[in-house]
Design a protein around this ligand. Structure first.
Ligand code: PEP
Ligand code: MG
Length: 767
């Protein structure tokens, strides 16, 4: 290959030497590359600073008239995305990609596969080399390597041409009449950080930031005594309103204990803070509003210097409560109550804000919010945690979104890719529909309340994964046979402090009762990794995913573990309890936790406190080490549950949250299926033990027959996924599932497995 590259480079040098016109050099180069790399289309896009766009500078294969006319901004379309992210894109079917953008009159309609290689020199991306082919197949690694090797040469060529242009006083633009794709001016693509995953669409509702400090002006009060009296009353009234907000939050998310507002009350009772404001009112004769503003600004500076990010984010809470305090003062002075009301809201809205405070969210009609997009705030902010708890897809840190989106704009959010489309093109919308469909979430399916069994009568238990009490209502709605995974961590994450044993007992008891006699699998606190507990100030780790997390962490913090287990055991009397231990990596951890459980039971007995005597214990299969010890471990537990999310992450050494690694994180990989089969084998013939699965894979209807084929008959998933998984499973016999798995295991790639499954299921549904 090296010789081929050298040969091409030599030919390029010859072209450069022979031509003084840069445009004709590029034209000859694309022709040469198309021929030597055997691709139908080869194009070069060059970035133009003055118009902040990539312009088609030369092409072999596309309509030559498009040269100088087709343009896109960084981030737009696949070429723009490759440029903006400085990333190679190698796509087998570009039309199916959500970022694909179609350009009219280029003649590109027939080309399916797409390769984009950023042209980078001196650390700057100057353009993009693209290749296209009719055949929907990824480009081979040898073409990829060649394109990469040539990219530096091409980038330097562009750099030199630009420099020369600049020296000659030409800004290098001079292009007019740029061809814009349909709605190009309309569509904008922005990037954020996912606080909660998912896909959302809706109409933009631009939340006007309540940060109205700038409207509070320097004013001297004429009557200090009166001002102080207003301030004192405002404090009392704001506390009352805060309690009302707590009530509203509580009715929405019971576990919250509305503790988000707890910190607000603490601020409203903080003597140092209140005295400082009062001093502004008395000593400096400021109005109450201005006094509050001055002190907020002082505190804001102090917050900035705090080392801990989670603490720094608390400045939002202080701002929230002080703004509400000013609202109250103003209301008292003007005779209104300063309450915020929302009118004419769209049915399905994407809440867009520069900054969103917890009380803003609680005051909104939550049922209408499909997605949240914020400029400010990190993933540990309260709003982010609330979004997660309420299961609303959310992106934070999106630059200038509140300025770039307009009221009622159509918005699409892909939180998996951390992208948000404002005014998406028809093509993007269509691709999104496909994306939603490929997630196979058909919410229109009628709920089938009959049990799930294969055509030959093998029963499969379908359970629900939940995190919140309010989700228990979904069990009946979607026909779940109990709770296969209750993630207790939300109870901890939604607060600013550790919940007490009583706090936990109350929430757990409700969960048990609302499962109405069905089994409830309570997973003990699985914090660390992607589920941090900011207020605990655990030591900082370089690799939290490989750090002290899950059961390991609890074993090192019995002060957290013991009250937690007590609450679970006590609540267990209200139903059928199963206790699940996460992130188990060796049998010693099971023994350690069982020892503590035994001690706790003794203590409860001694204190005559009722608790569940009959419960089952199980472990998550998510750390690869235990896969090698299943035969022994099976004797130490009643059940095991495969946590495919983490198991995949550790098997492929690919961060589950890292989009760039999504290709390595492939649940349909034959290698992963082999692991599932091996786990199933360890349980075959063990009627007394159950193997279940509760990672995302369990809720994928395509995966369902494979899981049955592997002998996994207990699946737990997001409740909404149950109907479709059930429908799929009811079409197969257990033997067909087994055979399907065997066939899948013979394949090489996840893509092959997916197409086999897609085809088999489509054939089945056609009868
Ligand atoms: C898993 O890892 O598959 C799992 C179910 O647990 P979580 O996603 O909560 O880590
Ligand atoms: Mg996990």
């Amino acid at each position: 290959m090296i010789n081929r590259i050298l040969n091409i480079l030599k030919l390029i040098s010859e072209i450069i030497a022979k031509n003084d016109d840069y445009n004709s050099v590029l034209t000859k180069i694309v022709k040469l590359l198309a021929k030597h790399l055997n691709v139908e289309v080869c194009s070069i896009y060059v970035y133009d600073n003055s118009s902040d766009s990539l312009i088609l500078a030369a092409t072999q294969g596309l309509n030559k008239k498009s040269v100088g006319k087709v343009m896109m901004h960084p981030g737009e379309g696949l070429t723009g995305a490759s440029f903006q992210e400085n990333k190679i894109l190698n796509i087998s079917n570009s039309y199916k990609h959500p970022q694909f953008m179609f350009f009219k009159n280029t003649g590109e309609a027939k080309y399916k596969s797409f390769l984009a290689v950023p042209l980078t020199a001196g650390g700057n991306c100057l353009g993009v080399l693209t290749m296209q082919r009719i055949k929907p197949e990824k480009f081979s690694s040898s073409i990829l390597d060649m394109a990469k090797s040539l990219s530096t040469q091409l980038a330097n060529l562009i750099l030199n041409a630009k420099m020369l242009n600049a020296l000659s006083g030409n800004n290098g633009n001079g292009k007019s009449n740029h061809h814009v794709p349909e709605n190009r001016k309309e569509q904008l693509l922005l990037r954020g950080i996912a606080a909660n995953s998912g896909i959302a669409k809706g109409a933009a509702f631009i939340f006007k930031s309540r940060d109205f400090f700038h409207t509070v002006h320097h004013e001297l009060s004429s009557d200090t005594e009166k001002e102080l009296a207003v301030f004192d009353k405002a404090i009392a009234l704001t506390k009352k309103k805060t309690l009302e907000l707590e009530g509203r939050a509580l009715s929405m998310i019971s576990e919250a204990d509305a503790s988000i507002f707890h910190v607000h009350l603490l601020f409203l009772e903080d003597r140092t803070l209140l005295e400082a404001i009062k001093k502004e009112i008395t000593a400096n004769r400021h109005t109450a509003e201005y006094g509050i503003k001055i002190i907020f600004q002082e505190y804001q500076k102090r917050f900035k210097h705090l080392k801990d990010q989670a603490f720094r984010e608390k400045v939002m809470d202080l701002k929230d409560v002080l703004l509400r305090l000013i609202e109250t003062v103003r209301g008292m002075k003007s005779g209104s109550d300063g309450s915020v009301t929302f009118k004419n809201l769209p049915e399905k809205l994407i809440l867009i804000a520069e900054e969103l405070l917890p009380s803003d969210l609680i005051r909104m009609p939550i049922d209408r919010i499909s997605g949240i997009a914020c400029e400010k705030g990190g993933i540990t902010a309260h709003v982010a945690i609330l979004a997660k708890a309420l299961n609303i897809p959310a992106l934070m840190g999106i630059k200038e979104i509140s300025r770039k989106a307009r009221e009622n704009d159509e918005i699409l959010m892909d939180c998996h890719a951390e992208l948000i489309y404002i005014r998406p093109t028809e093509q993007i919308k269509k691709n999104f529909e496909d994306l939603i469909r490929s997630g196979s979430l058909d919410e229109t399916l009628p709920v089938d309340s009959t049990p799930c069994s294969t055509t030959d009568g093998v029963n499969i238990t379908l359970r629900a994964n939940i995190s919140l009490i309010c989700e228990t209502s979904l069990l009946k709605k979607y026909g779940a046979q109990g709770i296969g995974l209750y993630r207790t961590e939300f109870l901890y994450m939604i607060r600013d402090y550790l919940p007490t044993e009583e706090d936990q007992y109350k929430v757990f008891s409700r969960i048990m009762k609302e499962a109405e006699g069905n089994e409830v699998t309570m997973r003990i606190l699985d914090t660390g990794g992607d589920k941090p507990l900011p207020y605990m100030n655990f030591p900082k780790e370089d690799n939290p995913a490989l750090g002290v997390r899950g059961t390991r962490l609890l074993l090192s913090r019995e002060d957290i573990l013991r009250p937690h287990l007590k609450a679970i055991l006590r609540a267990g009397i209200s139903g059928k309890l199963k206790i699940l231990f996460p992130m188990i990596s060796a049998s010693s951890e099971i023994r350690a936790i069982n020892k503590i459980l035994a001690e706790i039971k003794d203590e409860l007995r001694k204190n005559k406190i009722k608790f569940a005597e009959n419960y089952k214990t199980g472990i998550m299969i998510e750390v690869p080490s235990i896969l090698f010890d299943l035969d022994k471990l099976i004797n130490e537990v009643d059940f095991m549950s495969i946590g495919s999310n983490d198991l995949l992450q550790y098997i492929f050494a690919a961060d589950r949250g890292n989009e760039a690694l999504s290709e390595s994180f492939q649940s349909f990989h034959p290698l992963f299926l082999k692991i599932l089969k091996q786990a199933g084998n360890a349980f075959s013939g063990r009627k007394d033990k159950t193997l279940s699965i509760c990672g995302e894979f369990a809720g994928n209807p395509l995966a369902a027959p494979l899981l049955t084929g592997a002998g996994i008959y207990d699946l737990s998933m997001a409740p909404r996924r149950i109907p479709e998984v059930k429908k799929t499973l009811k079409m197969f016999s257990s033997e067909e599932c087994r055979q399907l798995l065997e066939n899948a295991l013979k394949l090489q790639t996840p893509q092959e497995v997916i197409s086999l499954l897609g085809k088999t299921i489509t054939d089945k549904s056609r009868g």
